[in-house]
Design a protein around this ligand. Structure first.
Ligand SMILES: *Cc1c(COP(=O)(O)O)cnc(C)c1O
Length: 382
């Protein structure tokens, strides 16, 4: 049997050279002693976890971070064994034993998790690397300040028994992407007092950390021993308020491209796509772009999403369907197979992920992360 050639329909180009440059830019923005954790959860925000992890490490990242233990174990299984890997989203019954065997740094936000990790350490016969997470005000995961003494006390008792090593104390910010939001200073105050309590009680953490990408870029007082950078490493601005990627010295890593699958002339007054929410004004030409919401193109960007075709930015005409959408080419007749660029770095006239975020009423994090598995990733500058 001959091999099926790769799909021509669409691809997400992942510029690993840009990713490495972004890591070096972030490295230059933190003090020399500050460690950089490359956050590669959710398949590296849709960019491909193992390749992005390797590229980030080559460029000087010191740690890797994921949400789930399964994501972290997959990095170890891929042969990334010589760097610390932390994961923070544990659910009762998760694979603590494997986490200990893989030497993961495992976040603990409450007593149930400490109890499960201690039992696992007894079974495995090795201490677990545990990082205690405080809820300093985000109100999501993490231990409330009122419950902190109980958690710290139990962790220290388990440490004395040789069952855990408390390697980190950490938290997460709610509004780091809104500079000067009053919650930032309030969270830093709570974090400092939770650190002081734990350290006076006898915890000797290797790392204390609270900064995500926006805090890395704008809040040096939040850097502590380590910063956890995700979106900035992928070259996407954490929020329009902080500036564009270019203004932040970052280069977008993902470009989403498709091949125009059909170009045709249609008369005036012709309805386009489901529901006929777009109707041609004059006689025109339509181009079919073979990507849809199954590929992560937000249906919410129907009638709004921008696409560069033949040197001109066009707008999605009518609804985004599961597998395809249409653009009005205004009489132009590019060859079928012509490249349609949905987003990229933006310096060749193409839209950016931020432009799609505006069109879909969301954040650019969601635009890159949601690109589906049906879109092959093509790696540049590996
Ligand atoms: C996703 C995540 C990060 C990275 O956030 P960015 O804004 O993408 O840098 C850091 N810490 C935690 C706990 C996260 O869940």
């Amino acid at each position: 049997m001959t091999e099926t050639p790769p799909p021509r329909r669409a691809r997400a180009e992942i510029d690993l050279g840009a990713l490495r440059a972004n890591v070096r830019t972030l490295r230059a923005r933190v003090a020399p002693h500050v460690r950089i954790m490359a956050v590669v959860k959710a398949d590296a925000y849709g960019h491909g976890a193992v390749r992005c992890a390797r590229a980030a490490l080559e460029a000087g990242a010191d740690w890797l971070g994921t949400a789930t233990p399964h994501e972290a174990l997959a990095l170890r299984a891929a042969g990334i064994t010589d760097v610390p890997v932390m994961c923070w989203l544990w659910t009762p019954g998760d694979p603590w034993d494997q986490g200990i065997e893989a030497g993961l740094d495992m976040s603990v936000s409450g007593m149930w998790a400490l109890e499960e990790v201690v039992e696992a350490a007894r079974r495995v016969g090795r201490p677990a690397r545990v990082q205690l997470k405080g809820d300093t005000g985000l109100g999501r995961n993490g231990c409330q300040p009122a419950d902190w003494p109980e958690l710290v006390g139990a962790a220290l008792k388990a440490e004395a028994e040789g069952l855990v090593k408390v390697t980190g104390l950490w938290s997460h910010l709610a509004c780091a992407d809104e500079p000067h939001h009053p919650s930032i200073a309030a969270q830093l105050d709570v974090f400092r007092s939770m650190l002081a309590y734990a350290e006076e009680a006898g915890v000797e953490p290797e790392v204390r950390h609270i900064a995500n990408s926006p805090a890395t870029l704008t809040l040096p007082e939040a850097h502590f021993d380590l910063v956890r950078t995700g979106i900035a490493m992928y070259g996407v601005s954490p929020s329009p308020e902080l500036g564009t990627s270019a203004e932040l010295g970052l280069r977008p890593v993902m470009s989403l491209k498709a091949s125009v699958a059909l170009v045709k002339h249609v008369p005036a007054g012709h309805g386009v796509s489901y529901g006929h929410h777009y109707v041609t004004g004059d006689e025109t030409t339509l181009g079919l772009v073979p990507l849809g919401y199954a590929d992560g193109i937000p249906r919410h960007a129907s009638g709004r999403g921008p696409v560069l075709v033949g040197g001109t930015v066009r707008t999605v005409a009518g609804r985004v369907a599961m597998d395809q959408f249409v653009v009005d080419l205004g009489g132009d007749v590019p060859e079928p197979g012509t490249e349609a660029v949905l987003f990229g770095p933006g310096d060749r006239g193409e839209p950016t992920a931020e432009d799609w975020a505006v069109a879909a009423d969301t954040i650019a994090y969601e635009i890159v992360t949601r690109i589906g598995a049906r879109v092959p990733r093509v790696y540049l500058d590996e």
